[in-house]
Write a protein that binds this ligand. Sequence first.
Ligand code: BV8
Length: 237
Amino acid sequence: MGDIRNIVVLTGAGISAESGIDTFRDAGGLWEQHRVEDVATPEGFARDPDLVLRFYDMRRAALTKVEPNAAHRALARLDATFAQGDRGDLLIVTQNVDDLHERAGAKRVLHMHGELLSALCANCAARERFAGTMLDRPNCSACGVAALRPDVVWFGEMPYQMERIYSALANADLFVSIGTSGAVYPAAGFVQEAAAHGARTLELNLDPSEGSRWFDEHRHGPAGALVPAWVDEVLAG
Ligand code: BV8
């Protein structure tokens, strides 16, 4: 890996597209089927909780029908080489709420927008692993109140573990963005944060993103092809 010791990878819906999970902004994507304001904001949840709970119940159930793809597996292979301790740090920051990075075997995963398979209690703020449906209002395991909501970050809510992310970006030698449109902040600003601290920046995406101009290098194509090739390069370096 030569002079590359600390790597931050940011992934978006594009890395899960080849697994059969809809992205948000591609044709036929999630935001075409549902208005963002109705299903991914606290106001939408307050207005019509059943609509929102059904939206996330459907996506949570879909997880059992999909598998990680070659891109997830390649990142897990990279992750495993950091386990030996003789390298620097790797952090896979994902905007995705699916569990495909973990199912591929990656350990250093940070879900900045939460997870479908986690429930957050709106009454006591406890979190619990959750694989069922919320439409029938299950009780929180900690306080017993039927106040569980999806443990995902909606628009207007603060993404998770931002301190840890900015610390990793400040120490990164390389920042790689995979499968994201660069449409949503603060994730879309990470490339500039990393570059400001001297990291090299690489974008692996099907098409140029809204943030392409901030990257030193771009490779365009499906993640299932680009990511394994890039991991092979890094490991051979
Ligand atoms: C916050 C979780 C502050 C839920 C999501 C005006 C200007 C700037 C910012 C704002 C603004 N107005 C409001 C804001 C802030 C807002 C924002 O950025 N809005 C945008 C729309 C302008 N951001 C927020 O609200 C964030 N919070 O700012 O808090 C704050 C401060 C103090 C105190 C409290 C709060 C929170 C945003 C998080 C929202 N939650 N998801 C869920 O999953 O349902 S967002 C969701 O969309 C994703 O998580 C992701 O972050 C985002 C973008 O999606 P992508 O992953 O990029 O997917 P997309 O479909 O867009 O693109 C897919 C890409 O893949 C494409 O480029 C495509 O080419 C590529 N692709 C497709 N197939 C493949 C592929 N690539 C490779 N291979 C393939 N096969």
